[in-house]
Every structure is written in C-alpha cells, then in structure tokens.
Write a protein that binds this ligand. Structure first.
Ligand code: SF4
Ligand code: SF4
Length: 106
C-alpha cells in the first residue's frame, strides 16, 4: 500500500501552483472551484498559499489517514512529486514523519 494514504505531508508543505491551462474551465482536469488566481497564467490550489498550508482537496489527518479528493484530476506538481523523492521526504521530515528511501529501495 502506498505510504501516501497515511501521510499527506506534501499537501501540507508546498505552494501548489500550476498553469491555468490545467483548469477544467480551460479543458484541463483540475476543478477550478478548488483553486485561486495567482496571475493571468498561473493558479494555485486553495489552502496552499497560506501558512499553515493545507490543500483544500485533502481529506483526513496528516500522518494518519489521508485522501486526495481529486486524485485523478490533481495538477502537475502533485503528479510529478514521487513517493520517496527528495521533495517527498523533505515534506515528511518537516512534519515529523520518517523518510521513505530505504524501504522503497531508492
Ligand atoms: S509526502 Fe510523500 S509519502 Fe507523503 S503524501 Fe506526499 S508523496 Fe506521499
Ligand atoms: S491536489 Fe491532492 S495531491 Fe495535490 S496537494 Fe492537494 S490534496 Fe495533495
């Protein structure tokens, strides 16, 4: 089972910003209602532009049971962040969770 289902640290750590062309209103997958405008070409998941960061699409409790409500429609920064990567482990450690590398064989 993916460690993501009991984590959610990245969804509590980064500004999730991406091109407006990923919005459903412009033919992309991401529900526009869950985003806010950054500028004419960039938008951001609500909740990730303020501290403490928590993406509006996340359900559950950090480090316990978590679920992305738009998993199949999530934007590029989320699809590109690999479990066990530097960015993943940086977020995990920031929130007191152990890094993943070794047991993933990386
Ligand atoms: S920080 Fe890593 S393990 Fe946690 S939800 Fe994000 S990608 Fe998954
Ligand atoms: S869209 Fe989903 S995967 Fe991306 S930060 Fe929000 S809750 Fe996490």
């Amino acid at each position: 089972m993916s460690a993501c289902t009991t984590c959610g640290a990245c969804c509590h750590s980064y500004r999730v910003e991406f091109s407006v062309y990923e919005l459903d209103s412009l033919g992309g997958p991401v529900p526009e209602a869950m985003t806010e405008v950054v500028n004419g070409s960039t938008c951001r998941m609500k909740g990730t532009g303020v501290v403490p960061i928590r993406c509006t699409a996340l359900e559950g409790e950090l480090g316990q049971l978590t679920l992305c409500r738009i998993y199949e429609q999530r934007p590029c920064p989320c699809t590109e962040l690999e479990e066990g990567s530097y960015g993943c482990n940086k977020a995990r450690v920031r929130h007191g969770l152990p890094p993943l590398g070794e047991w993933l064989g990386n």
